[in-house]
Design a protein around this ligand. Structure first.
Ligand code: NM2
Length: 521
């Protein structure tokens, strides 16, 4: 192998940072737990408003870009046509960006808000129910997808319009970093992105492992617990490692398709056989509530909580800020992926497609799975809330799905879907991590490199399960702390993109419908 292919400083730098955080956490779990909690409190309390602001600003920025003349820029040359049809494009976008967590939170997020509602509502009240059916759509809605879409802009632009083979985040910051891109500063940007993604993967897999474990226990009767979790974790890691090793092109497309079909079956069946009218009524109702309260939800910081006579919910830190951080850590990775599949589309199509299809996909999951659970609770048929409080979150999720007729079939589909969703995210994740550690890519990143990162991606969740026993707080913290530097990287990406298009676009560009690179020259 040509020695120059590997970018060793980035490779070793990322490993060093990862191990210097993980080893002390494993050796001193109690101290580790205290440290991560302190870090979490520091980030969410001191910089919480920055996260909320960034979310809102990004959405406005993207809408501006999409509807301005820059939206007409085609990602490609005069000959390029969209490489994938829109449905395939949307399916792939969704499969890469969304992992098993949509099944987890889609089914149960409402129950958390029902018991700990925002804006001073009484737990369990009618008001709490209204918010419970709405907030999930917000946390998986347009702002979240705007966070995902932003890095795709500079990456796709440099790749298809400026024709540079960019597979590093630092490269997409070149207009701002300039000569520093190839030096230590550029490497630092890449390492921070890698650590962010590894932290986000820790949250994802830390949640998915007990969920899949609960499904396995449903079929086998084995008690869920650390032993079972370790087996599930190792089993899933083996699956990603093998598929990542054998190559991604065929694999991910295949898996995305199976994913799409199984999702249609699961959601379609629940919608038709379950309480159809309740589900659709509630969905329409909550979209209305979302639109009505969008800005307040987006910028709610709870500023008076420390004063007497004001109630404190801790809701923004525990939920909205956590969520924005979690979407942030995945964003550059999804951006790389969205950019790759968007050749031949205009910037407007790419931006609006991501915002609209992404939001609709999440709306379907949350609306159908979540409202089905709420219906069971309200009719007294089965109480996800009781199970959540007395047994555990995963038991409440599987318990909800098990209320369907033909339940073993649907619990089976649910668990298989969780594994595939996890696989599509981790597969492409390890592919991107490997790409970032190479100076150039010969068709695909090196096999051993892909395999290596597939295994490393599973490590953070193992550490989190060990130190926090998989508690939600510890898992949320991983994304929040690892995602902090991403705020600055995202800002840099936005400025890089603006700078580049301003430089490239002639001032007097008339009313031509599409704008190609050749026209700009
Ligand atoms: N997001 C979409 O765990 C996963 O499903 C991956 C999670 C950021 C909440 C992404």
């Amino acid at each position: 192998m040509d020695r120059k292919i590997m970018d060793w400083p980035t490779f070793i730098g990322a490993l060093l940072v990862l191990f210097s955080v993980a080893v002390p956490l494993v050796l001193f779990p109690d101290f580790g737990d205290e440290m991560v909690t302190a870090a979490n409190t520091f980030v969410t309390e001191s910089f919480g408003n920055l996260y909320l602001l960034i979310g809102m600003v990004l959405l406005v920025f993207l809408l501006y870009i999409a509807f301005s003349r820059y939206g007409r820029i085609v990602l490609g040359s005069k000959e390029s046509k969209p490489e994938f049809n829109t449905l395939t494009w949307a399916g792939m976008l969704f499969a890469a960006g969304i992992g098993s967590s949509v099944l987890y939170w889609g089914t149960i997020e409402w129950a958390f808000y029902y018991q700990g509602p925002p804006f001073g509502a009484e737990p369990g009240s009618n008001e709490a129910i209204e918010w419970a059916t709405t907030y999930g759509l917000f946390h998986w809605g347009p702002i979240a997808w705007a966070i995902y879409c932003l890095p795709a802009l500079p990456i796709a632009y440099f790749f298809y319009v400026r024709r540079r083979s960019v597979l590093k985040v630092s490269e997409a910051c070149r207009p701002i970093l300039k000569g520093y891109t190839d030096g230590p500063v550029g490497k630092l940007v890449d390492v921070l992105f890698m650590i962010g993604l590894l932290g986000g993967a820790g949250t994802t897999m830390g949640l998915a492992t007990p969920l899949i474990g609960e499904g396995v226990s449903y079929f086998t009767g084995i008690e869920p617990g650390m032993g079972l979790y370790v087996i599930v974790l190792l089993g899933c890691t083996a699956i990603f490692a093998i598929s990542s090793y054998t190559g991604l092109r065929r694999g991910i497309r295949h898996l995305s398709n199976i994913n799409l079909w199984l999702s249609f079956i699961l959601l379609g069946f629940i919608l038709v056989v379950g309480p159809t009218l309740f589900i659709t009524d509630t969905m329409v109702n909550s979209v209305g509530r979302l639109l009505d309260n969008f800005f307040q939800m987006a910028m709610w910081t709870e500023p008076f909580k420390d004063f007497a006579n004001f109630e404190s919910t801790g809701f923004p830190e525990a939920w909205t800020i956590f969520y924005w951080a979690w979407w942030l850590v995945y964003a550059p990775f999804v951006g790389l992926f969205v950019a790759r599949i968007s050749k031949g589309r205009t910037i407007r199509e790419m931006v609006l497609g991501t915002l609209v299809y992404g939001t609709i996909g999440c709306l379907l999951y949350f609306g159908i799975l979540g409202n089905f659970g709420l219906y069971l609770e309200l009719t007294g048929q089965y109480s996800p809330v009781d199970t959540l409080n007395n047994v555990g979150t995963e038991a409440a999720i599987i318990g909800t799905v098990a209320q369907m007729p033909l339940s073993p079939v649907f619990v089976g589909i649910f668990v298989v879907l969780a594994i595939i969703f996890l696989a599509t995210t981790f597969d492409s994740g390890s592919y991107i991590l490997a790409s970032v550690c190479q100076n150039y890519i010969d068709d695909e990143p090196e096999r051993w490199n892909r395999l290596f990162w597939a295994v490393v991606m599973a490590l953070p969740s193992m550490v989190l399960l060990l130190i926090g026993g998989g508690t939600l707080d510890t898992l949320q913290t991983a994304s929040i702390v690892a995602g902090f530097p991403l705020i600055f990287i995202m800002t840099m990406l936005a400025f890089s993109f603006t700078k580049a298009i301003k430089e490239d676009m002639p001032k007097s560009f008339g009313s031509k419908y599409y704008i190609y690179r050749e026209d700009m020259d």
